[in-house]
Write a protein that binds this ligand. Structure first.
Ligand SMILES: Nc1ncnc2c1ncn2[C@@H]1O[C@H](COP(=O)(O)OP(=O)(O)O)[C@@H](O)[C@H]1O
Ligand SMILES: [Mg+2]
Length: 358
């Protein structure tokens, strides 16, 4: 009898396992739930009937059947309700992603219902929000770029028309025409650099280099301009281990910071570059004795096309991309960049690069 009981138990287990495997093959979650409910009810019924038959006590089979079919119907109904509600919520999520895929960036999924689905909805909405803000930023960038490109183009067109109408000699406008063409070229070059930073395609080879000679050579490149502006150039280079970086990108960052510092420093002022070493990074700071920066400027000056009002109205100022490019290049090399007002007046812009041992 014991052997027979084990045989029945093994048979029931096998039927249950095969049926469970079959469940996972059903095409929808709703069908899986219904089949699961049927399985959960029919297997015990089979046991009840079988044990009744085995013990020769099968006198009241109609009642057993009635109770069993009531329980089975309730389980199937419950599975139907849960399945339908889950399927409806999943369908709303699918509809929201279809809207997003079709370009409707305002599409959002419901964040209600069972915890897993609510979390899925929240994750979807977070993703949709970041895509939306990325697109907004892109739109603003294109608008700002078109505006800044239009200004030199309008000025070139006006000068060319004046020459064509005989109102001015060609030679008279040669220098301003060259200047506007140079502005256009540098703006296009900056936009191209930003696009490369965004695409993450700055294929810079990281080398282990000592930054002191690089700082010295950059400063030498600014000597003539500093002299012309009557600004003193200083360097404070502490001993530091080699940094792991792309030298030409670091030069570009320094060039942008030094250009700004010189532009913002009045005659008789000083621009200094300091090199220091702290823990596992090397820090380069460019300081000036110019008008300094407010807390808002320090926060916003790395944004694309952002310029302070005074910089905007000043003649010969850039397009507001120099620091955005510097930030992109520094971060691509694993560093940080920030700006602060110096206590003694003027601004300090610093960036770090990881040391070679990293
Ligand atoms: N050394 C500095 N002192 C004061 N303000 C600065 C300094 N460097 C940058 N800024 C401010 O940050 C703005 C953005 O700088 P940047 O991105 O280099 O653009 P751009 O040089 O083309 O104006 C500048 O227009 C200026 O308002
Ligand atoms: Mg600049």
């Amino acid at each position: 009898m014991i052997g027979f009981a084990f045989g029945v138990a093994a048979f029931t287990l096998c039927v249950g396992l095969v049926a469970t495997f079959g469940l996972t093959r059903l095409p929808t979650a709703r069908l899986q739930l219904i089949a699961f409910a049927l399985l959960a009810v029919l297997l015990p019924i089979w046991i009840v009937f079988f044990s009744g038959w085995a013990m020769f006590h099968m006198g009241d089979d109609v009642k057993i059947l009635a109770v069993a079919s009531g329980a089975a119907s309730a389980a199937v109904a419950a599975a139907l309700v849960i399945g339908t509600s889950l399927a409806r919520r999943i369908e709303r999520l699918r509809a929201a992603s279809a809207r997003l895929a079709a370009g409707d960036l305002s599409a959002r999924a419901p964040e209600t219902g069972p915890r897993e689905l609510a979390e899925l909805g929240r994750a979807f909405n977070d993703m949709a929000s970041s895509i939306e803000s990325l697109f907004d930023a892109r739109r603003e960038l294109v608008a700002a770029a078109s505006h800044d490109l239009r200004t030199p183009i309008a000025s070139i067109t006006a000068m060319l028309e004046a020459i064509e109408d005989g109102l001015a000699e060609g030679s008279e406008y040669l220098v301003p025409l060259q200047e506007q063409a140079r502005r256009l070229a540098s703006l296009v070059e900056d936009l191209f650099e930003l696009a490369r930073i965004d695409a993450g395609s700055l294929a810079h080879e990281l080398h282990e280099i000592s930054l002191a000679p690089l700082v010295e050579s950059c400063l030498r490149g600014f000597e003539a301009e500093a002299k012309a502006r009557n600004v003193r150039l200083e360097q404070r280079l502490e001993p530091a281990p080699p940094a792991r970086c792309a030298p030409e990108q670091v030069e570009r960052v320094l060039l942008n910071l030094l250009t700004n510092a010189l532009r913002h420093t009045p005659s008789d002022g000083t621009v200094a570059v300091a090199l220091a070493h702290a823990e596992d990074e090397v820090r380069i700071s460019v300081e000036d004795t110019g008008e300094g920066i407010s807390a808002e400027t320090a926060r916003r000056m790395f944004d694309r096309f952002w310029r302070s009002d005074s910089a905007r109205s000043a003649d010969g100022s850039g397009a507001g991309l120099g620091l955005a490019i510097a930030r992109g290049l520094v971060e691509a090399q694993g560093g940080r960049i920030w700006a602060e007002a110096r206590e003694s007046g003027g601004a300090r812009v610093s960036f770090t690069l990881p040391t070679a041992s990293q």
